[in-house]
Design a binder for this molecule. Structure first.
Ligand code: SF4
Length: 321
């Protein structure tokens, strides 16, 4: 196991340690961690809603999409019990022994490399992670690093070889193409570094908003938005953290950012991903043992043992009763 700062602490400190390690290495572009206002340019983005969506389908159709702006504290609404729910999740996650804690993107970069290479490796790790378990992503990153995961080396590598190295991550063929194309852009447009803003990161092939926000956090040390993947999306809906149910992670991000204080954004992805891997599972969440059971709408519904039916007072059936 590496002795890098990535492997020395847990929890909130883990992501902070990762950021600090990268930041400390940087001699050219060291930037203090700060919250920044994101003004997304309105534009048509090509087929990169890859994470948590059907990456292959999206890419194949070249669906164009507009990235909406982050709007912090704009709703005037907040969910009941969210502070207690979040505290309970922190309590349930205090051992930090979920797969994401040891094999997430903060753990995969080689901090003995240059700051530019560390940032590039964080980005590649996130590109590999969509539709892929942390264990599989971690193994692919180990193979890539052993081969030489630098922009210079990947530029000289065929997509076939990249595919061979990253197999069996989800959509490995398409991701090999994305990695090769994104690497060329990093080399040609960013002087061998990764793009430094969300707006520019999402222009890279295969990079969507979730990856961009987590990259900004882990690689650049800036909290620009909540990284909402399938776990954060699912759990936010189950806990009632969205005013109305949301269908896609990007809508969930905007909904949660509209009420959750910014100081909580940094940790939320890591916290909920691990919680989703261990307790609030996609299928068969462990509501009976979850500390939130009594204050979670989904938990209450499941532990009552029957579906919560919507009350429609105008329903003819209900009026007959
Ligand atoms: S009670 Fe169930 S659905 Fe709610 S947060 Fe806990 S595990 Fe998830």
């Amino acid at each position: 196991m590496s002795t890098s700062p990535y492997f020395t602490s847990s929890g909130r400190q883990t992501r902070s340690a990762a950021r600090e390690a990268i930041s400390a290495l940087s001699t050219k572009q060291k930037q203090p961690r700060r919250h920044i206002k994101i003004e997304y340019e309105k534009r048509q983005q090509e087929a990169v809603a890859s994470e948590d969506n059907k990456i292959g389908d999206v890419a194949a159709k070249k669906r164009k999409k507009e990235i909406p702006a982050t709007k912090a504290h704009t709703s005037g609404w907040e969910p009941a019990n969210w502070r207690e729910q979040l505290a309970n999740i922190r309590e349930m996650r205090k051992s930090r022994d979920a797969p994401v804690d040891s094999q997430g993107c903060e753990k995969t970069a080689d901090v003995n490399q240059s700051p530019e290479t560390v940032r590039y490796q964080v980005l590649i790790s996130l590109m590999l992670s969509s539709q892929t378990k942390d264990q599989v992503t971690f193994a692919a990153m180990e193979k890539l690093k052993a081969y030489g995961l630098t922009i210079e080396n990947i530029l000289k590598t065929t997509t076939g070889k990249i595919g061979e190295l990253i197999y069996p991550v989800g959509f490995w063929k398409k991701k090999a193409d994305y990695i090769k194309d994104a690497t060329k852009i990093c080399a040609e447009k960013y002087n061998g570094d990764i793009p430094p803003t969300v707006e520019e990161l999402v222009k890279l092939p295969g990079v969507g908003p979730k990856m961009a926000h987590i990259t900004m956090n882990v690689a650049w040390g800036q909290v620009t938005g909540i990284g909402v993947d399938t776990h954060v999306h699912r759990i936010s809906n189950r806990l009632g953290w969205v005013k109305k149910p949301t269908k896609v992670p990007e809508d969930t991000r905007l909904a949660v950012e509209s009420w959750l204080p910014r100081e909580e954004w940094d940790e939320l992805n890591l916290l909920l991903v691990g919680f989703g891997q261990q307790t609030c599972l996609p299928v068969g969440p462990q509501c009976e043992t979850c500390l939130n059971c009594k204050i979670c709408p989904e938990g209450r519904r499941r532990t009552r043992g029957k579906p919560e039916k919507k009350t429609n007072k105008k329903s003819p059936k209900r009026r007959k009763r």
